[in-house]
Design a protein around this ligand. Structure first.
Ligand code: FAD
Length: 315
């Protein structure tokens, strides 16, 4: 079976989540990847290690901005090129916006936020996260074309192959494909981008006030992590709003999420439950976060965090 995987890059570097999508696709069939914008050939070749034999690369620089309509047109054209009945993409803000458009263009069923490999013993049944990750639904997809968007961290990266062949892929876009243009980008200098961060150190109201954040920044600096916070913390202007994680904030999916002095309300967990490993530090042994955490430390953050920093530095 021919499978098309859409891969995204950040500053010319392919996202880890896209490599996960390639690994996922390789479990379903023969993978061709499609990529767009300014990415070096050597960077594109590396998707071969994760199971893609070939990469179709549309180097049109207008696609650097992640234009939604044009991206959907590109993916649909690539699927037609390789006769792919299954299209796999890792969730991102761009993928969430293009998936339904690609499904319409390719006459596909679409299943979003898939959490596991499909059960193909009787058709094609996938598990997807619903109610902001509080529950799962099992969805049976009819025979025929499918667009699947997968959550981050649902598959382990597997290096099985060698470099992929990279081919330039041209698409004749229409005017409507570039009807909406990005006119500016404001980026925080020097920050690790929270949605893409591999490690996150997050803190809540248990920290008592903004003057106590130095130890959170020190822990994050020691680990090479991004910093985040709960909603009340950003509402009170203790931390900037772009650090607010949860149902109404940023959704993160790091390998490691350390929550310090955060109770673990359902609305906060909605933004962090795709994390691979969750560590909660809280002085209240009944704090709900401990139910969601892989590891818990019951203790005063002001004692635990400095000791943790010291232990990491000495390790
Ligand atoms: P608190 O609930 O006050 O918890 C502080 C925690 O710190 C406690 O568990 C306490 O035991 C612990 N603590 C205190 N002192 C120490 C210490 N010295 N050492 C260690 N631990 C200590 N919240 C979000 O975060 N993100 C969202 O996106 C979000 N969206 C929402 C949307 C809606 C519609 C609503 C109604 C609420 C939303 N909330 C959201 C708010 C959410 O319900 C909680 O109120 C909030 O997450 C609590 O933040 P917190 O855990 O920092 O504070």
């Amino acid at each position: 079976m021919s499978v098309l995987v859409f891969i995204e890059a950040d500053n010319g570097v392919i996202k880890k989540s896209s490599l996960e999508a390639v690994t996922y696709g390789s479990k379903l069939g023969d993978v061709t990847a499609v990529a767009m914008g300014s990415i070096d050939g050597s960077e594109l070749q590396k998707v071969g290690k994760f199971g893609a034999a070939k990469v179709l690369h549309c180097s049109d620089e207008r696609l650097n901005d992640g234009v939604i309509a044009a991206t959907a047109t590109l993916i649909a054209a690539a699927a037609a090129e390789v006769s792919a009945a299954t299209i796999v993409m890792s969730r991102s803000s761009l993928v969430d916006a293009v998936a339904a458009r690609v499904a319409i263009k390719t006459n596909s069923a679409v299943v979003a936020n898939v959490q596991d490999l499909p059960d193909t013993s009787n058709g094609f049944t996938v598990k997807r996260g619903v109610f902001t990750g509080k529950a799962f639904a099992y969805v049976s997809v009819p025979d025929g074309n499918k667009v699947i968007t997968i959550a981050k961290n649902v598959v382990q990266l597997e290096e099985t192959g060698t470099d992929a062949a990279v081919e330039e892929f041209s698409v004749s876009f229409g005017d409507a494909d570039f009807g909406v243009k990005r006119v500016g980008v404001h980026k925080q200098e020097g920050d690790i981008l929270l949605p893409e961060a591999d490690k996150v150190v997050s803190a809540g109201r248990g920290l008592k006030g903004p003057e106590n954040w130095q130890m959170i920044e020190d822990l994050a600096g020691t680990l090479g992590a991004a910093t985040a916070c709960s909603k009340p913390v950003s509402d009170m202007d203790w931390r900037p709003h772009h650090e607010h994680v949860g149902q109404t904030g940023i959704k993160v999916a790091p390998q490691l999420y350390i929550a310090v002095g955060i109770s673990g309300a359902i609305q906060h967990l909605a933004g962090v439950n795709s994390s691979k490993v969750i560590v909660a530090i809280n002085k209240d042994p009944e704090a709900p976060f401990f139910k969601a955490a892989d590891y818990g430390v019951v203790g005063d953050a002001f004692e635990v965090v400095p000791k943790l920093i010291e232990a990491i530095k000495n390790s």
